[in-house]
Design a protein around this ligand. Structure first.
Ligand SMILES: Nc1ncnc2c1ncn2[C@@H]1O[C@H](COP(=O)(O)OP(=O)(O)O)[C@@H](O)[C@H]1O
Ligand SMILES: O=C(O)C1=C[C@@H](OP(=O)(O)O)[C@@H](O)[C@H](O)C1
Ligand SMILES: [Mg+2]
Length: 162
């Protein structure tokens, strides 16, 4: 959360002239309520079930840029889809930087705790090896601006194609 998947994914798609999908946005569109409301009513498990279902569905589409949510890597079935279907880019930043970016955002139910900073560090520690296990490319986003991160990824992908 806060790594820039949604923002950078959208800008990268524009730069590459591809369609962009955000998995959270697709989930919300299908059930008509926000992510916090899904968590409230169905719990994290309910959200993860929806996330897996929608990932399976959008993974059928060729040639798009897809931003997942930060927890999509938690299930092996999701990781298998990502590995099989995409060039996976891990946007990496420190827990402190992630916290700075999302501190004021109320749309991330997992951070609605008394100590969101500690929560981010904990989630990152739990998930880091999963991110690494699916990533084809890892990009440090801690210091680069949004346009410079987009440019770096775009250049790397173009090199990959040559
Ligand atoms: N490289 C960056 N430098 C500074 N701010 C960033 C960067 N990438 C994203 N942000 C900001 O961080 C916040 C969270 O970004 P978002 O794209 O929603 O992340 P994610 O989808 O990974 O949770 C947004 O306000 C966004 O503008
Ligand atoms: O890390 C997570 O478990 C989550 C990240 C969120 O997406 P972003 O990573 O785009 O914030 C969203 O899917 C949900 O709140 C759960
Ligand atoms: Mg996002």
């Amino acid at each position: 959360m806060g790594a820039g998947k949604t923002t950078i994914g959208r800008a990268l798609a524009r730069a590459m002239n591809r369609d962009f999908l955000d998995l959270d946005h697709e989930i919300v569109g299908r059930c008509g309520v926000s992510i916090p409301v899904i968590f409230d009513i169905e719990g994290e498990e309910g959200f993860r079930n929806r996330e897996s279902m929608v990932l399976e569905e959008v993974a059928q589409i060729d040639g798009i840029v897809l931003a997942t949510g930060g927890g999509a890597v938690l299930r092996e079935a999701n990781r298998a889809i990502l590995r099989r279907r995409g060039i996976v880019i891990y946007l990496k930043a420190s827990a402190d930087e992630l916290y700075r970016r999302v501190a004021k955002d109320r749309n991330r139910p997992l951070l609605a705790t008394p100590n969101p900073k500690a929560r981010i560090a904990e989630l990152l520690a739990q998930r880091e090896s999963l991110y690494e296990s699916v990533a084809d490319l890892t990009i440090e986003t801690g210091s680069g601006s949004i346009p410079s991160v987009v440019k770096t990824i775009h250049n790397l992908l173009q090199k990959n194609q040559e």
